[in-house]
Design a binder for this molecule. Structure first.
Ligand SMILES: [Zn+2]
Ligand SMILES: [Zn+2]
Length: 154
């Protein structure tokens, strides 16, 4: 399993790989480390965030938003050029082609698990088809929790 996370101590974003028998997760840039529970996964699926131990994880498509936006932008540009050239069929064809490409890419992209509390992203782990997707209510709960923590510190 790989985890993309920001170190809780020095806030450096990094990627770590976690072997099934790894005993701890360490920051590459400072001395932060966290012991890992052996119960981190059940049936190969991560049940808990290795960074903050939060057990609420949601499933997301590992689709880089930049690629999606670039495709949409390119599609609009090309179809506008076709419109300007008085070729409406081509213009619509171009748009539909890009929409289809977007759909195909989306279907091919693997899922990742995202931690509600610290936004760590877990890759290369088994994810059940039934794993819940993003839930605004849970997200709101964690957002308020983090606001309370921040205001308690200041
Ligand atoms: Zn660190
Ligand atoms: Zn976390």
């Amino acid at each position: 399993m790989h985890v993309d996370f920001a170190c809780p101590a020095c806030e450096t974003a990094q990627r770590a790989s976690i072997a099934p028998d790894a005993a701890e997760l360490c920051c590459l840039h400072c001395s932060w480390k966290k012991p890992l529970e052996s119960s981190l996964t059940s049936n190969g699926e991560a049940t808990e965030c290795p960074v903050c131990s939060c057990t609420d994880l949601w499933k997301q498509k590992d689709f880089p938003p930049k690629i999606g936006l670039t495709l949409v932008g390119l599609g609009i540009l090309l179809s506008t050029l076709a419109w300007a050239d008085l070729r409406p069929v081509l213009a619509i064809g171009v748009l539909m082609g890009f929409a289809l490409l977007d759909l195909v890419l989306y279907a091919l992209m693997p899922d990742v698990l995202v931690c509600y509390r610290c936004d760590a992203r877990l890759r290369d782990t088994t994810i059940e088809e039934t794993h819940p997707r993003f839930d605004l209510e849970v997200h709101e709960r964690y957002r308020q929790e983090s606001m309370r923590v921040t205001s308690a510190r200041s």
